[in-house]
Design a protein around this ligand. Structure first.
Ligand code: COA
Ligand code: HC5
Length: 625
């Protein structure tokens, strides 16, 4: 099917350039070409909306100062010049933003991918509690991913829609057989899915030891679940020693340190080959060592931590290659999930894959096929010099600090799900976001800059823009909620107004009219084109607006699972939620090193806020709005 590209490309596609340069023929291409280009919003509109977004965040004095800077920006012609530059870029490129975004948000970002960038997903606990069950489930999971891969390869994935509009499907072609590679100043992503001979193996890691497992027969058919199970048993049996160097932990380090260690590591030919095998593999499966048991209440938070960072060098953090795009994690006690490297894709395609796998693993097994003798999966060797050993030790220390610093709380809100807001003719997402504003305001007595991911996939190669959840309307509502001088009806009206405002911003963002990426574009163009940085980007208000104490994302799934990620500022929270019909799965993260934040406390305030708003609405007659 992909023979057309296969012949012309012997090397992996290296994503220093945007993912865009991968050309796929057929149905996919026709679909992609029908998608609109991301527009550059009008300058005046963005500047006005920026001033409005600042209202609830800065003092009147700061606001007046910024207003002056914004006027200067416009009147001096600097804004217009940058605007024209962006518009030219928009005409030249498939997407004026995607490559910049890939570089600035991911490949040039130097903090470790662990906690700071790679999200985790906690899948429902599976019904097994021993090694047999673990390997059996892992085998089914592998088969499920291969089934999904066939749909990708055959371009048979159903096109997704948002707000009635078809979405860009490019990210699906970036998640398999790809891997991030560290670089001195910036990383890159390699993608082997469209090379002449695409890989037919996955990597499996157990007790910190990596194996190459071929998952296809020579005729191109995938191995059966039984065959994979037998291969996993062999891997297990040859990796019983627990005293191995956790080589994979190197990938958890600060990107500059890892890039240095990487260059040193791959000087050795055997090491280089092993690393290439991991990078090329279709995906990775981590067979994790058992973790300490915790109470039912703490269980999901414990698993979320295991997915995000592996729980430390003593536990499973060395049982990973964090640069790998997809790592499925299966433990002996039935816990399972995933950690993924964010550069190639947003959450929704990953979750679509997970939904498919979970359904697949539930299917009854097919009749056992006669077993052909398969070769032993190849163990990937690493020669550890004293220098590499030293790099591993340093990476361990840093990782353990990160592990101790991450405060994570996963909980299920079971008061209601999407059902209640829908019944009240309110957008469930906006409802949750406004409740979160209330929770934060009650804890801190003020509002903060809040980020919610909005999909730009209505546009070709679209990634995300920011929904700014803190608005003048959300502030009015949260200030009124606990004000004894306000009547319930007034509070309800203010709540509804805030919810509408959020939904309006969402519609604006998904149709390419939000302000954050436009401002970023002008800033990046100023770095390229201007001699000095325009003052609006050096202003305190700008810094406040970009300091997202609340970094949030809705990632809906069919599966009853929860996604999680770390905060993006030292004194912030990461909040991710999956709203189901009658409950909502939440994760809240924070850093222990920050005395002002506490994940469980915000979780508690959030639950209370959701309940209080429901009560308010239920116990009052329908609003006029
Ligand atoms: N009355 C009744 N029902 C309503 C309603 C109203 N006023 N407003 C919305 N609904 C319904 C919708 O029709 C929808 O129905 P469904 O469950 O049958 O699909 C449901 O409520 C959910 O809508 P809403 O809560 O408004 O959110 P959304 O699904 O439009 O999602 C975003 C909002 C911002 C999450 C979405 O636009 C988006 O961008 N998603 C991608 C985010 C992303 O990429 N995250 C990961 C980043 S890595
Ligand atoms: C498996 C779900 C992961 C969700 C990850 C996510 O939301 O990433 C955001 C991406 C973006 O561009 O908005 C970034 N964020 C975690 C910082 C919100």
């Amino acid at each position: 099917m992909l023979a057309f590209i296969a012949k012309s490309m012997a090397k992996p596609v290296r994503l220093v350039k945007p993912v865009s340069s991968v050309k796929l023929p057929g149905r996919y291409l026709t679909h992609q070409e029908g998608l609109p280009h991301l527009p550059v919003p009008p300058l005046q509109q963005t500047l006005e909306r920026y001033m409005l977004a600042l209202k609830p965040l800065v003092s009147q004095e700061e606001w007046n100062h910024t207003k002056q800077l914004v006027e200067d920006f416009r009147e001096s012609g600097v804004g217009e010049r940058l605007q024209k530059g962006l518009e030219r870029r928009g005409k030249k490129m498939e997407n004026w933003l995607s490559d910049w975004w890939l570089q600035t948000a991911y490949l040039e970002y130097r903090l470790p991918v662990v906690v700071h960038s790679s999200p985790g997903v906690v899948l429902p606990k599976q019904d097994f509690a021993d090694r047999q069950g673990q390997l059996r489930f892992a085998a089914k999971l592998i088969e499920g991913v291969l089934d999904f891969k066939t749909m990708i390869d055959n371009e048979a994935l159903p096109v997704e829609y948002l707000g009635g509009k078809p979405l860009c499907m490019n990210q699906y072609y970036q998640i398999l057989s790809s891997c991030r590679v560290p670089g001195a100043k910036r990383d890159s992503v390699v993608n082997y899915s469209q090379v002449k001979k695409p890989p037919t193996h996955i990597t499996v890691v157990h007790n910190f030891q990596f194996f190459e497992l071929d998952v296809y027969n020579s005729d191109g058919t995938p191995l059966t679940v039984d065959q994979i199970f037998t291969q996993l048993e062999k891997i297990w049996g040859t990796s019983l020693q627990t005293n191995k160097e956790p080589i994979g932990i190197l990938t958890s380090n600060h990107r500059n340190s890892w890039a240095k260690a990487y260059n040193n590591l791959i000087k050795d030919k055997t090491n280089k080959e092993s690393v290439r095998t991991i990078q090329k593999s279709i995906f990775t499966v981590c067979l994790d060592a058992p973790m300490p048991r915790v109470s039912d209440e703490l269980y999901k938070s414990r698993v979320a931590a295991q997915m995000l960072h592996g729980a430390g060098s003593r536990w499973n953090s060395g049982n990973r290659w964090f640069d790998k795009t997809l790592q499925f994690i299966v433990a002996e006690d039935g816990s399972c999930g995933l950690v993924y490297e964010h550069a190639p894709s947003e959450g929704p395609p990953i979750v679509a894959l997970l939904d498919h796998i979970v359904e697949y693993t539930k299917k009854p097994e097919l009749i056992r096929s006669p077993m052909t003798l398969l070769p032993m999966p190849k163990k990937l060797r690493f020669n550890i010099t004293p220098e590499i050993k030293n790099d591993i030790e340093k990476a361990k220390q840093n990782l353990n600090i990160m592990v101790h610093d991450l405060d994570i709380k996963v909980f299920v809100f079971d008061g209601f799900g999407k059902d209640f807001p829908k019944k009240e003719q309110l957008s469930p997402d906006a409802f949750i976001q406004v409740a979160l504003q209330l929770a934060y305001y009650r804890m801190y007595g003020q509002a903060c800059a809040t980020y919610e991911s909005a999909s730009l996939r209505m546009f070709r190669l679209g990634r995300t823009d920011t929904i700014r959840s803190t608005s003048v309307d959300s502030l009015h509502f949260v200030q009124s909620m606990d004000d004894p001088g306000k009547q319930n009806q007034e509070k309800i009206d203010l709540f509804r107004k805030a919810v509408y405002a959020h939904r309006l911003y969402t519609d604006m963002a998904i149709s390419g009219k939000a302000i954050d990426r436009h401002l970023l574009g002008m800033k990046l163009l100023a770095i390229e084109d201007l001699v000095s940085m325009p003052e609006i980007f050096m202003d305190t208000s700008y810094a406040v607006a970009m300091h997202f104490n609340l970094s949030t994302s809705q990632v809906p799934a069919k599966t009853d699972c929860v996604m999680c990620f770390g905060p993006v500022v030292p004194d912030g929270y990461g909040v991710c939620y999956n709203p189901m019909e009658s409950h909502i799965n939440f994760s809240v993260s924070a850093f222990n090193s920050c005395a002002e934040t506490n994940a469980a406390r915000l979780a508690h305030y959030l639950e209370r806020a959701l309940c209080d708003v429901q009560q308010l609405i239920q116990h009052s007659p329908k609003s006029k709005l």
